[in-house]
Design a binder for this molecule. Structure first.
Ligand code: PEP
Ligand code: MG
Length: 754
């Protein structure tokens, strides 16, 4: 059964569009289960009814005609119950409804399973049999497993079908993801696809068919030459079998049927890279689905060959650095480095298929003030390169090919946003304090050079977190000590005399350096942050030396250690920092030992705050990671994004305990996670007693405006109220309502964007 399951899923994955997907399902399932009928019903978004979309065994005329509301007939009952219905004699069931068009009176046994995607019943998969019999447990389990596996593919195929790009017929289509960076952007899609990945080649049309055909033939010639040359070079080192592989590659490229298939698609105006990728993927999947393991292994060879030719095709194409004035960057998994490649003035929005609101790329988008949607899993992004799109970073919505009416609505939100930003401009010169004069330090999180100007313009009083990994991410090797000194000096100088908190390298998790890959099955629980740098003192020492050298004459440096989980790590790191300081003094640098602080972002640290605070000069809570680890919710996984709550009662209690214990040890306590930049979160944190709130420069004026509008005693009342609550949603709602009631919501977000 497992073999059949895998091969059906693979075949479905390779299908071109929704009708092909459904056809494979009904054909293969009927064969594998030896039933007389297999049908798929899918929900029609407009009417909410479930429509017969494909069948083998029922009359074909019934396709598109038979429609059932939830609760209606057996299929409708599968929908409302969200579980299988398995009947020996369908017609005897009280919910049975007869549709003459189907000819189903001939069938007695009925098994229907729901196809559920993200808690929504997308459709129902049904098998039927003529005789009276109950499908056995194994058959039922098979259909349930298959439905669960197919749900994502069907959702994706449905979404792709919503976009009719080919033939220039463009329909407005809406997709949803996670609201990751607020704001609205209306612009043109620019797809970032990994260089040689067949699966992510965007769908683009070609205008000059002859030129595209020539491009394709040239790429084949180049690939053949390359393979031949590599084969020659390695001749002495390969055995006969391995050499034969090179010959096999060349003969595959010589195979005219492959080229004919590709050329046919190019003649239908599909671009050469896309046509090649489509054809090769179909072949790869066909090989993968074969039962013979020899052929299955050849699938990998074919994929490798496909990637090589693709690389040659890409090499010949004009560079993809032609960003339009209003670029909306979209990719399977955007990274900070990719974001930084686009000239700042041209980048107006970002969308990632993978990732979540607390992924680092989302944090950077927020810092840049670029509206972003993450986890847009069903967006068929490969097909929309160059299309017009609206990114709604408030609601986590995307609108491809927006119509005039929708555009008008979003244009007015953009205008409102500009107006709001102007209204907050005057905040820059006002102190960070509550309505009754309680002083709170409002600092900024930085990383990109652009942050400096924005932060200063917005009246930042210091830097609470300088993410040093950002300059590391933007290079192709570790920056040298001197290169680092220069970068750090710019930061320290720009903010002087204000304090700048530089965090030592925090890589791992979702922050991978291309030149220092860390591949782990559980990266967020693995080699991350301080764990990496303590294992590599040469990297750590070079970095802290560069920081201290950069601070000469400024004395505004603070060093902060990420991911501290116990006293041992703090002590080991302190020894290294002290050693670097001593050596620099011996080398003639006149610098004081900078304050050394730690981040509290691991649960074990929460329970040792007092001891840690006694040994640290300051502490700062990394609430992004702390939330992830307390709730055991991967901050980067869109599937569980709905249960990642920074205002979860457990997180709030931990935050309160940290500040209490830190103050017992007479240590200043700050917070630099995203919660500090959330107006509602900021009210609660000030009520708890946090001394420093550090946030992105975009949010600084909003948070300042909020704090200045509320008295500390009222914040404390709100805190007491929410601390008595038991679920995150209730707390979020209470805080939202509070902001609205005091009239702040309208000041912080465009009314129409809510
Ligand atoms: C945090 O975890 O809250 C934090 C500020 O660090 P980062 O988001 O860079 O992991
Ligand atoms: Mg962190």
């Amino acid at each position: 059964m497992l073999g059949s399951l895998r091969s059906i899923v693979q075949e479905v994955n390779a299908a071109r569009d929704l009708p092909a997907v459904l056809d494979i399902i009904v054909r293969r399932v009927r064969d594998v289960m030896h039933t007389r009928v297999c049908s798929v019903y899918l929900r029609d978004k407009q009417s909410g009814q479930y429509v017969l979309m494909a069948t083998r065994g029922l009359n074909q005329d019934a396709v598109g005609q038979v429609r059932l509301a939830p609760g209606e007939g057996l299929v409708g009952n599968v929908v409302t119950r969200e579980e299988p219905i398995n009947l020996e004699q369908a017609e005897a069931h009280p919910a049975y409804q007869y549709f003459p068009a189907t000819g189903e009176e001939r069938f007695s046994a009925f098994l229907g399973t729901p196809i559920i995607h993200h808690r929504n019943v997308l459709g129902v998969l049904v098998v039927q049999q003529a005789e009276k019999r109950r499908f056995d447990e194994g058959e039922e389990a098979f259909l349930i497993t298959l439905s669960a596996q197919l749900a994502g593919v069907i959702a994706h195929a449905e979404a792709t079908g919503a976009l009719t790009v080919i033939g220039q017929q463009r329909r407005e289509a809406k997709f949803t993801g996670i609201a990751a960076s607020p704001g609205v952007a209306i612009g043109r899609v620019h797809i970032v696809a990994p260089q040689a990945n067949l699966a992510t080649v965007p769908f683009t049309c070609c205008t000059d068919v002859d030129a595209e055909l020539a491009l394709f033939h040239q790429a084949l010639v180049n690939a053949r030459e390359e393979i031949r040359a590599v084969g020659e070079r390695l001749k002495g080192e390969l055995n006969r079998e391995e050499r034969a592989l090179f010959d096999a590659y060349i003969s595959m490229l010589d195979d005219s049927s492959l080229a004919v298939e590709v050329c046919d698609r190019i003649r239908q105006r599909v671009s050469a890279p896309r046509a090649w990728a489509e054809v090769m993927l179909e072949h790869v999947r066909r090989f993968e689905a074969m039962s013979d393991s020899y052929f299955r292994d050849r699938a990998a060879d074919l994929g490798d060959l496909g990637a090589r030719v693709l690389m040659h095709l890409r090499e010949q194409q004009p560079s993809r650095q032609d960003y339009s004035e209003n670029t909306i960057l979209i990719g399977e998994e955007l990274t900070a480095a990719v974001l930084a490649e686009v000239p700042r003035e041209k980048l107006i929005g970002a969308v990632s298929v993978k990732g979540s609101g607390n992924s680092h790329v989302a944090i950077i988008a927020r810092a840049m003030g670029v509206p972003a949607v993450m986890g847009a899993q069903d967006l068929p992004y490969e097909t929309i390169d160059g299309a017009e799109i609206v990114v709604d970073g408030y609601r986590g919505e995307l609108h491809v090919h927006p119509g005039a009416e929708l555009r008008r609505r979003y244009d007015s939100i953009v205008a409102e946003e500009r107006e709001l930003a102007r209204n907050l401009d005057h905040m820059a010169s006002l102190p960070g304090e509550t309505a009754d004069g309680h002083r709170v330090r409002l600092w900024v999180n930085t990383g990109l050079m652009a942050d400096v100007v924005r932060s200063l313009e917005r009246g930042a009083e210091g830097v609470g977190l300088y993410r040093t990994e950002v300059p590391f991410l933007l290079r192709d090797r570790f920056p040298s000590e001197e290169e680092q000194r220069e970068i750090y000096r710019e930061q320290l100088e720009a903010f002087s005399p204000r304090p700048v908190t530089m965090r030592t390298l925090d890589i791992g998790g979702d922050k991978a350096l291309a030149y220092f890959p860390i591949e782990e099955t559980n990266p967020f629980l693995g080699w991350r942050g301080i764990r990496v740098t303590l294992d590599h003192p040469e990297i750590f020492l070079a970095q802290v030396r560069a920081m201290m050298k950069a601070s000469v004459g400024l004395d505004n440096l603070r060093i902060m250690l990420p991911m501290i989980s116990g006293l041992g790590e703090l002590e080991s790191a302190r020894k290294l920092v002290e050693r670097a300081h001593k050596e620099l003094r011996e080398e003639g640098y006149d610098i004081p030992m900078p304050p050394l602080g730690i981040m509290i972002e691991v649960p074990s640290a929460v329970y040792q705050v007092r001891e840690l605070a006694e040994h640290a000069d300051f502490i700062s809570v990394g609430s992004n990671d702390l939330t992830q680890y307390l709730l055991a919710v991967d901050r980067n996984n869109s599937r569980v994004a709905n249960i990642y709550h920074a205002l979860h009662p457990a997180v709030l209690r931990a935050l309160q305990e940290i500040v209490r214990a830190g103050h017992v040890a007479n240590t200043k306590v700050g917070i630099c996670g995203e919660l500090a930049g959330d107006p509602g979160g900021a009210l609660l944190l000030v009520a708890m007693g946090y001394d420093v709130l550090s946030m992105n420069a975009t949010n600084l004026p909003r948070v300042k405006a909020t704090l200045r509008a509320v008295r500390k005693a009222d914040m404390e009342k709100l805190l007491q109220q929410v601390l008595g609550m038991q679920c995150a949603e209730e707390i979020e709602e209470t805080v939202r309502t509070y902001l609205k009631r005091i009239g702040l919501k309208a000041l912080l977000q465009p009314v129409s964007g809510q």
